[in-house]
Design a protein around this ligand. Structure first.
Ligand SMILES: C[S@@+](CC[C@H](N)C(=O)[O-])C[C@H]1O[C@@H](n2cnc3c(N)ncnc32)[C@H](O)[C@@H]1O
Length: 352
């Protein structure tokens, strides 16, 4: 949605975007260079890398200010974006209020079995994904648009477009003729848009726990002409019938789930896939695929930027978990600089 933002609020958000861009683009680059000068044989293990970077850069101004600004911006996004959304409440509510009989559907389930880890307050959101009734717009049209697109976030570096990778991930699916495509953890529908572009003839289902994200996805679908079926359910227990989906797509979900949940979700995806169906996942590459400094920057998010499962995710052997869940032909590889997005894909034996 194109939110009408007042000049004062927009200036405040622009400031955060510029600050994040300076931290990520200038300070972090200086810190990376300094670390490379000081540590010619960086350690292999993640914990040792963390110790090494903290020791080597413990008094390095650019590193300390990069981290300070990154944390400050992450907190401040909501402090500024929520009042900015409130100023435009009437226009946002009008955009969200789409006719029930428009193509596609949204089925909310207030009694959904929400796992405890979901309430971790991801990305330092005030109150979590559903901490404010306009959180879909707050995150997407204010936070991403004004701050994180220009500034970068997580594995997406300053200056890179964090929307480009979704289409690339969808294109990694080996076929184009799936009857049904499912995305779990579909958020506000950004990946669903890419899936609809790559698989225009498929029925598209999005599953998500957050009501604000689902309401946003539904409004997006109606305004942009998609007939997505949107369901509020945990990815671990979708409620979908056995063998009912040709392709499962998962984008940037597993760095937000604890390993036990990740295993459960993979088992559930195997159950709902038709024989011969595919799963394609895109997320951050495991730590050993990133240089020592870069892996510590990502790992830092665990304790300082509301990504409680980033550390366990970075050390996860996803291909083995896929095989344990029953998948065959499992492949894992990176696209683009820094192996982002990292693709893990596999098949359920059989013929579609
Ligand atoms: C980083 S967002 C990615 C959203 C979307 N895939 C995209 O490409 O924009 C992760 C999403 O997963 C959702 N999520 C987290 N745990 C979930 C679970 N167990 N079941 C369903 N959705 C979940 C969150 O609410 C959030 O919207």
């Amino acid at each position: 949605m194109d939110v009408p933002v007042k000049q004062r609020s927009r200036a405040g958000l622009d400031f955060l975007g510029a600050l994040q861009g300076y931290a990520g683009g200038v300070l972090q680059a200086a810190a990376a260079e300094r670390y490379a000068q000081l540590e010619t044989e960086p350690p292999a293990e993640l914990a040792d890398r963390r110790r090494s970077v903290n020791e080597r850069l413990g008094d390095h101004g650019p590193w300390l200010f990069d981290r300070l600004f990154t944390r400050y911006v992450a907190e401040e996004i909501y402090v500024r974006a929520i009042p900015a959304a409130e100023e435009s409440r009437a226009a946002i509510e009008e955009w969200l209020d789409v006719p029930e009989d428009a193509p596609g559907s949204l089925t909310l389930n207030p009694a959904a079995d929400v796992p405890a880890y979901f309430h971790a307050g991801f990305h330092l959101t005030t109150g979590g994904w559903d901490g404010h009734d306009l959180m879909g717009v707050v995150i997407h049209d204010l936070g991403y648009r004004y701050v994180l697109m220009p500034g970068g976030v997580g594995a997406v570096r300053t200056g890179e477009n964090l929307m480009d990778q979704r289409t690339q991930v969808a294109m990694e699916a080996p076929r184009r003729d799936y009857r049904t495509v499912l995305e779990v953890g579909c958020g506000n529908g950004r990946m669903l848009t890419a899936l609809s572009a790559v698989f225009p003839g498929s029925e598209t289902i999005g599953i998500e726990l957050s009501e604000t994200q689902l309401r946003y996805a539904r409004a997006r679908a109606v305004h942009e002409g998609y007939d997505w079926t949107l369901l509020q359910a945990p990815a671990e227990r979708t409620g979908l019938p056995d063998a009912s989906v040709g392709l499962v797509s998962i984008f940037t979900l597993f760095h937000e789930t604890p390993p036990t949940a990740t295993k459960e979700i993979l088992r559930e995806m195997f159950r709902v896939l038709e024989p011969g169906g595919d799963l394609v996942m895109g997320d951050i590459a495991p730590f050993e695929r990133n240089g020592a400094f870069r892996s510590v920057v990502l790992d830092w998010e665990t304790e300082h930027r509301g990504e409680p499962f980033m550390r366990s995710y970075l050390q996860l052997d996803l291909p083995s978990l896929m095989e344990e869940a029953g998948f065959t032909d499992v492949k894992a590889y990176g696209l683009n600089r820094g192996d982002y997005p990292w693709i893990v894909r596999g098949r359920k034996e059989g013929n579609l």
